[in-house]
Design a protein around this ligand. Structure first.
Ligand code: 6R9
Length: 571
């Protein structure tokens, strides 16, 4: 079988010759695939859903296949168009206008997808939030974005501090009417009354589409602002990197609260017109292998943490399922260990393709392609249309094999357009025409990029970005905690775990109960995934003379490494 032919078919891969395409491609070419190329006005929801619903050959194809332990439901492109139109009408009735921020805080469900698209159809900006967020995390994000509307469920409502959110005018609840208190908008009741046709808001390519909040090493989470123009890259990487073909059944395991769950859990698959499987409920190896088998998944995008969990569940369980529908597997979020690639080869007889990108980049940038040789441990090569390099701290390019800042030449289609209300923060990403990622890496002589680590203190636990500052802020709200410093500690399954060092207030003694209480405090007040798995009591947290927590020092001490430069350490 030649490299360019798909497993189990006589079709060709979409990107046949990487080097040649890389030399010749320009983004103008990709724009020809969209109708807006003539009108100049767009709406990503139209391109992703309505366009297919208007095509007699595609309208009855399943767009969304939803699967959870207690609910299975499928929606065709036509049904998804109608439901999102209905919700757009509900939004219009409620006075939502172009540019308004409308947040969604609920588990994955068909209602989530219909309302998310409805928000885009009125030209508003969608802000998806992880259902695991607790009160503080929800408040920070709604407050910063000045969201005027929230779509959530009766169960999650208790985590929305409405009295702290003066801009939040309306709350839509998705649930049984009997659970919906007065003063709230009943999703199902309003949908039942709403028309299935809607005259959608045609916007400019540079108009706002989505805000994803993400963590940095300092300060509150940042609102990363993306515009409709990103669709060009969502579409094109869906072709080249996901290698999507019309008859694929695609499963992206990411939650839409994370950028992967929107760019590649909504846009890339639907812009390419494929059936998109969405799985709710908790992870279990049986449920995951079962999904691949039951729905005959052909293209699967997941993360190293999940692969490692499957790997540790053993070989026997694999034999209980038929996994031969899968033809292409991809990974994102953390370094993909060569060991996992070897496991993939055994379990699926396939290579796992690593992809590198960030919330801020909006779409994939450095990837492995089906027709390219993979070097296990490497993130691959930049997509055509994108220039990547390793630069020094002055933004000068470094030669091969030298470690430095992983940087991308600014101006790719899906690049973030702002950090919400923080222009100086946005500017701080750019140096000498480069977007500087905050990751360190090197490039080998053949142009493959190799990830080395984060250059800042951001923690990557099970593929989720956690800012140490947010965890520290929550910790010191606990009555026993005087000071806190938080680091990521290497962990074989999760990549990193969160470890907190705390200094206790006078009158508090270290005990198992107290540490557990502190842990629960972060879990309940902030988010479960951000609760420290390890807490160590110390007398004092090392700080610089200007009062910054020296996490680097905490980490070297934890790992038994040399302490490095401690000249700014406060005595
Ligand atoms: C899409 C996404 C971005 C950070 C990024 C890097 C890490 C992502 C990776 C990877 C090694 C890969 N990261 N992909 N590290 N290999 N293939 O993950 O967005 O949540 O913003 O995280 O994740 O450190 O800077 P986001």
């Amino acid at each position: 079988m030649s490299e360019n032919v798909l497993k189990g078919s006589n079709k060709q891969h979409n990107l046949n010759n990487y080097e040649e395409t890389y030399q010749n491609f320009s983004w103008d070419e990709a724009k020809q695939n969209f109708t807006w190329n003539e009108t100049g006005k767009v709406n990503i929801a139209y391109e992703a859903v309505d366009r297919h619903a208007e095509n007699p050959y595609k309208k009855d194809q399943v767009a969304l296949q939803y699967v959870s332990p207690d609910r299975k439901e499928s929606l065709t492109f036509d049904q998804l168009k109608k439901q999102s139109n209905q919700f757009a009408n509900v939004l219009k009735d409620q006075g939502i206008e172009k540019g308004d921020r409308v947040f969604l805080f609920m588990p994955r469900s068909p209602e989530f997808y219909a309302s998310f698209l409805g928000v885009l159809k009125v030209g508003a900006i969608a802000g998806p939030l992880f259902e695991a967020f607790m009160e503080q995390a929800v408040q920070d994000r709604l407050e910063d974005s000045e969201a005027v509307m929230l779509i959530t469920t009766p169960e999650l409502l208790s985590r929305v501090p409405e009295d702290q959110l003066p801009d939040l005018k309306k709350v839509v609840l998705v649930g049984d009417s009997s659970d919906i208190p007065d003063g709230y908008i009943d999703y199902h009741q309003e949908m039942a009354k709403a028309s299935e046709s809607f005259d959608l808001e045609w916007v400019d390519l540079e108009d706002g589409m989505v805000i994803h909040y993400t963590s940095g090493s300092t300060g509150k989470p940042k609102g990363v602002y993306h515009v409709h123009n990103a669709m060009i890259q969502h579409y094109q990487t869906g072709k080249w990197v996901l290698d999507l073909q019309e008859d694929d059944v695609y499963w992206c395991t990411a939650d839409p609260g994370w950028v992967t769950g929107t760019s590649y859990g909504i846009f890339a698959p639907w812009l390419n017109g494929v059936t998109n499987v969405v799985v709710g409920g908790r992870f279990s190896p049986e449920a995951w292998y079962g999904t691949l088998d039951d729905y005959q998944i052909s293209v699967w995008y997941s993360a190293p943490t999940a692969f490692r969990k499957l790997m540790s569940s053993g070989k026997e369980i694999v034999d209980d399922f038929k996994l031969d529908s899968v033809r292409h597997i991809l990974s994102v979020g953390e370094p993909l260990n060569p060991e996992v690639i070897h496991w993939g080869k055994k379990a699926f007889n396939l290579r796992i393709h690593d992809t590198w990108w960030m919330t801020e980049t909006g779409a994939q940038l450095i990837c492995n392609y089906p027709t390219m040789d993979i070097r296990p441990g490497s993130m691959g090569k930049p997509i055509p249309g994108v220039t990547a390099a390793i630069v020094d701290d002055q933004g000068e390019e470094l030669p091969p094999n030298q470690m430095g800042n992983l940087a991308i030449k600014a101006g790719w289609p899906s690049q973030m357009r702002a950090i919400w209300k923080r222009p100086e923060k946005f500017e701080s990403y750019f140096l000498n025409g480069w977007y500087v990622s905050g990751d360190s890496a090197y490039k080998d002589e053949d142009g493959y990029f190799w990830f080395q680590g984060r250059l800042d203190d951001v923690i990557n636990t099970s593929g989720e970005r956690v800012g140490p500052f947010e965890v520290e802020s929550k910790l010191i709200e606990h009555e026993a905690v005087a000071e806190a410093g938080v680091i990521g500690k290497p962990d074989p399954e999760r990549g990193e775990i969160i470890k907190a060092f705390v200094a206790l207030n006078d009158g508090y003694e270290e005990s198992e109960d107290l540490l557990e209480d502190i842990r629960q405090f972060v879990k309940k007040g902030f988010a479960a995934h951000a609760a420290p798995r390890e807490i160590q009591v110390t007398d004092a947290i090392p700080k610089t003379r200007s009062g910054k927590i020296m996490r680097r020092l905490l980490k070297s001490r934890e790992l038994g490494l040399p302490e490095g430069d401690t000249s700014t350490l406060e005595e």
